[in-house]
Ligand binder design. Structure first.
Ligand code: CAA
Length: 257
């Protein structure tokens, strides 16, 4: 069945996923979570896909988790369903994902963008964790990923006051990798994804794994982990091709394995 809250387009080796609930500023409900996670599971194991772009609309990447879905729920509903847990499947995806953010990325929207590997923001982007204004706190990783991305001072400020930060502030703080004019957001994100998808897939997957590992382990363990991954890439055809192409002064033609 075609997804209702998500548009999927395959552009070469890139899967472009567009959140599509304009009537609710792309508020993240359970249906959308299932559709996003089913889709990344499908293309995550498809050799023909080398990278993803996740985006929303011009007005909103996503204005948070769906407040209308959550409003009637009680503790047991949330606990027994382990509400939001399935979003971890996106965070655990092994292939690179770029978030292309225009407009609001609030609450779960900001947290969803932070589950991606990096964020390219339109100059109209606004980030925030306004859960405190609803009598709750971030529940999809905001208190953890935002703190790692921007440090304690700004994470506390955003989580405790619920204020938004614009694209400039988000880039200065290290949440966003680049800012582009709104009209160039999608082409910039797709070009970056296409570039990534053109490289050796095991190498891009291992680069992602190595960077993410730095959040979990000591420097010494992380360096050892990186070195072992580096060594293992010498078992790939793509290492032979990449290095031969450099020596022969030609463009590498990676087989992605
Ligand atoms: N959930 C459900 N519906 C939402 C929504 C959300 N998070 N955000 C917006 N909508 C709906 C509005 O209810 C409205 O629907 P109706 O026309 O049926 O009333 C529609 O989208 C358009 O929204 P607005 O009329 O409010 O648009 P605006 O331009 O005036 O304001 C906004 C935009 C400032 C983003 C405002 O919509 C807003 O504050 N949204 C909520 C932001 C928020 O609190 N997000 C956190 C949610 S909790 C969370 O995410 C928990 C977590 O950690 C995962």
């Amino acid at each position: 069945m075609a997804p209702k809250s998500l548009r999927i387009e395959i552009r070469g080796r890139v899967a472009l996923l567009t959140l599509n609930r304009p009537e609710a500023l792309n508020a993240l409900n359970s249906e959308m979570m299932d559709e996003v996670c089913d889709t990344v599971a499908k293309y995550g194991t498809d050799d023909k896909i080398g990278a993803f772009v996740l985006t929303g609309s011009e007005k909103a990447f996503a204005a948070g988790a769906d407040i209308k879905e959550m409003q009637p729920q009680g503790y047991m509903d949330m606990y027994m369903s382990d509400f939001f847990n399935r979003w971890n499947e996106l965070a655990a995806l092994r292939k690179p994902v770029i978030a292309a953010v225009s407009g609001y990325a609030l609450g779960g929207g900001c947290e969803l963008a932070m589950m991606c590997d990096f964020i390219i923001a339109a100059d109209t982007a606004k980030f925030g964790q306004p859960e405190i204004t609803l009598g709750v706190i971030p529940g999809m990783g905001g208190s953890q990923r935002l703190t790692r991305a921007v440090g304690k001072a700004k994470a506390m400020d955003l989580c405790l006051t619920g204020r938004m930060m614009d694209a400039e502030e988000a880039e200065r703080a290290g949440l966003v990798s680049r800012i582009v004019p709104a009209g160039e957001l999608l082409e910039t994100a797709l070009a970056a994804a296409e570039k990534i998808a053109g490289f050796s897939l095991p190498a891009t997957m291992m680069a992602k794994e190595a960077v993410n590992r730095s959040f979990e382990v000591t420097l010494e363990e992380g360096l050892r982990f990186e070195r072992r991954l580096f060594h293992s890439l010498f078992a790939t055809e793509d290492q032979k091709e990449g290095m031969s192409a450099f020596v022969e002064k030609r463009k590498a033609a990676f087989k992605h394995r």
